[in-house]
Each structure stands twice: as structure tokens, then as C-alpha cells.
Design a protein around this ligand. Structure first.
Ligand SMILES: Nc1ncnc2c1ncn2[C@@H]1O[C@H](COP(=O)(O)OP(=O)(O)O)[C@@H](O)[C@H]1O
Ligand SMILES: [Mg+2]
Length: 358
């Protein structure tokens, strides 16, 4: 049976310090949900509250509408996978995988059948009688995943499971994990600080900062319409400009005026305009910029720029615009000056009073 996870107004405190102030979230049956955020934002803390290894100071967590706050960890029927594999070095692959089943009252033949099935799905059957220490990181992580899934858990929790693997294997393994999750249809909460991994693997993502869910949505929506400036700069790059909205015009600092007919205000409003690097067009007027560096990325060329007219840009890092690689286009050089205009329907506008936290 598939499990729905409901988290209602939960709080986590360590002494006087509140790590998670008041968090609510619903993860749907069979969903692959990712918690994404910088190191220290509270991802592991929340995962441990769900698994029963952390106390819950306020609020309620339910599986299929049944509150589990007072159910001890080992009775929550949760499969877990961690960054450091946590498999037993002195047990063979088979013994590692069947470990959780041996704790339950299941017949030997049923254990063998389930372990064989899972090892087959995980492509580790050929190593069944080997000790894990001789296997690669990717293989060890598949053992850990097999061990977590073989108990038919109500939910699967994974905390940065790919962080110890090298880049190529990480991509292979994330595709593998996604396939396995869909095959077994286990409601999954996956934790990562890697935005690309989150975009690639998830049905939905919750972007977290400072113990607060900043934006919960589908990967595309999070990339195209980030809810606040934290999300827009944490996921991909955004150029942030200070501006004011007057009627249906955006007045950038420095004088450039941009008509935005989909926006309208009666009172002048200070705003921040977010523009992705790929969402500028080059024009004969607009924001005057100077190219500071040129990076060829294969499918794209990325230009770092500064504004010539003192347009205030708020990006913590640098400003970029990018163009698709094409033989017909001239590459700009360092020191070139040109004008760029944001694409009207691709900009994101933020209230200046809600800078980091929505
Ligand atoms: N047992 C603990 N006691 C006190 N503070 C803790 C404890 N565990 C985690 N923290 C603090 O909680 C915050 C969130 O930590 P964590 O959930 O591990 O972040 P993440 O997994 O997102 O990197 C950090 O500031 C961390 O120092
Ligand atoms: Mg963590």
C-alpha cells in the first residue's frame, strides 16, 4: 500500500535554538519528493524527525493520516539510505540485504525469494556471496538501497546517498534510483544539496533555507518561476536588478525603462527583477553592459558582464548572460560593450521587502 506523508506545523529545537520553526508539507502516495537546500538548513534534522531519531517539539507527522509522533523509530516501517552506505563489512552482500527480514517473522524460503528478487533488480546478484569491502562505492550503495527496500517499507528516506560517489557515477546512480523508486512505487523523501540532482530526479522539490520551505513545486516551475530571490539564485543562476514598477513599466536603476504589460500597479513599488542568463536578447538599446569574461560551455557561450550605467544588480555573485552556440553568431570579446534587454515573459519580479524569505 502506498503511503501519504503529512507534516503539520512541526517545530524542532535544540535548547534555545530553533532549527525548524514551523514546517508543513504533504508528500503524495508514491511520490519522489526532494528536500533541497544548502548545508545546515535543516534537511537531515527534518528527515530524522520523520524517521523517529529526533524528537518533535511541536506539530504532527502522519503516515496515511495516522499520527506517528509517539511511534518508536523501529516500528515506523521506514527504509533508510545514507551517504556513508552503513552496510556491515563482515557480512556478505546477501546477508546484508536479508538483514532486515531476519528481524521479522518470515520463512526462510520467503526471505530467499525476496532477497533474490531485490538483488536482481539492483544488479548485485552476481556479488551475493562477496564481502562488500571489495565492491565499488556505487555497488555498495545499491546494497544499501536493496536492504532498505527489501523490507517493503511504507516510505523510503535517503540522505545525500550519492555524495560520496564521483560525478559520472552520481549521474548513473541517480537515474537508477529514480527507476527503482518508480518500479517499487515507494513514497520517497530524498535529501540533497545538489540542485542539478534535485531537478533531474524529483517529482517535486521543496527548496529549504533556514529551516523554512521556501518553495515547494515541480522542477520546471521552480526553475522558471522561483518564488523568491533565494530560490532564484540557489537553483541555477539569476541576475537580480533593483528597479521600480510604475504603472506597467519597470524602471531600472540607471534609466532603462522596460514595458511589462502583464504587470500593473497603481502605486509606485520598489521591486527586484530576476532574469536567467538565457533570457536576454541583444538589442540596439537597453541595459548597457561590458563583457568581463567569456566561457565556452559547448552548447552555450556564457558572458560575465557588468553594467555600464550603474544599474544596481543584487546578485551575490556575478552577472551572466548566455547564448546558444551557433556558427552564425559572433562571439563577443572581453571589453566589448553592448545592450541587452530581458525577455518580457521570462522575467520574475519580487517584492523588495521579501528579499530572502517568502
Ligand atoms: N544534535 C544537535 N544539536 C544541536 N544542533 C544540531 C544538532 N543536529 C543538528 N544541529 C544543527 O541544526 C542545523 C541543521 O542541521 P542539519 O539538519 O544537519 O542540516 P543539513 O542536513 O541541511 O545540512 C545546523 O545548524 C546544525 O548545526
Ligand atoms: Mg544533512
Amino acid at each position: 500500500m502506498n503511503t501519504k506523508i503529512s507534516i503539520n506545523n512541526v517545530t524542532k529545537r535544540y535548547g534555545d535554538i530553533t532549527i525548524i520553526p514551523n514546517l508543513s508539507l504533504e508528500v503524495k502516495e508514491g511520490e519522489f519528493f526532494t528536500l533541497l537546500g544548502p548545508s545546515g538548513c535543516g534537511k537531515t534534522t527534518l528527515l530524522r524527525m520523520i524517521s523517529g531519531f529526533n524528537s518533535i517539539e511541536a506539530g504532527e507527522i502522519s503516515f496515511n493520516d495516522k499520527c506517528i509522533n509517539d511511534i518508536p523509530a523501529h516500528k515506523r516501517n521506514i527504509g533508510m539510505v545514507f551517504q556513508n552506505y552503513a552496510i556491515f563489512p563482515h557480512l556478505t552482500v546477501r546477508k546484508n540485504v536479508e538483514y532486515g527480514l531476519r528481524q521479522r517473522k518470515i520463512s526462510k524460503s520467503e526471505i530467499d525469494r525476496r532477497v533474490d528478487e531485490i538483488m536482481e533488480a539492483m544488479h548485485i546478484k552476481e556479488y551475493a556471496d562477496r564481502l562488500p569491502q571489495n565492491l565499488s562505492g556505487g555497488q555498495q550503495q545499491r546494497i544499501a538501497l536493496a536492504r532498505a527496500i527489501v523490507i517493503k517499507p511504507a516510505i523510503l528516506l535517503m540522505d545525500e546517498p550519492l555524495s560520496n560517489l564521483d560525478a559520472k557515477l552520481r549521474v548513473e546512480m541517480r537515474n537508477f534510483i529514480k527507476q527503482i523508486q518508480k518500479k517499487f512505487e515507494i513514497t520517497t523523501i530524498y535529501v540533497t544539496h545538489d540542485q542539478e540532482e534535485a531537478l533531474a530526479i524529483s517529482d517535486r522539490i521543496g527548496v529549504m533555507n533556514l529551516g523554512i520551505l521556501q518553495h515547494v513545486s515541480y522542477p520546471q516551475e521552480i526553475y522558471l518561476r522561483p518564488k523568491n530571490t533565494f530560490v532564484s539564485t540557489f537553483i541555477g543562476h539569476s541576475n537580480l536588478f533593483l528597479a521600480s514598477l510604475k504603472k506597467n513599466e519597470i524602471h531600472f536603476d540607471g534609466g532603462f525603462v522596460f514595458k511589462a504589460p502583464t504587470l500593473k500597479t497603481n502605486e509606485d513599488q520598489n521591486i527586484i527583477v530576476g532574469v536567467r542568463p538565457e533570457n536576454f536578447v541583444i538589442s540596439d538599446k537597453g541595459i548597457a553592459i561590458k563583457i568581463e569574461s567569456v566561457t565556452f560551455l559547448g552548447h552555450m557561450v556564457q558572458y560575465e558582464f557588468t553594467s555600464v550605467n550603474n544599474i544596481t544588480e543584487l546578485s551575490q555573485t556575478t552577472c551572466f548572460f548566455s547564448e546558444e552556440t551557433s556558427e552564425d553568431k559572433t562571439l563577443y570579446k572581453i571589453g566589448d560593450t553592448l545592450y541587452i534587454i530581458p525577455k518580457e515573459n521570462k522575467i520574475n519580479v519580487y517584492d523588495i521587502n521579501k528579499l530572502l524569505i517568502s
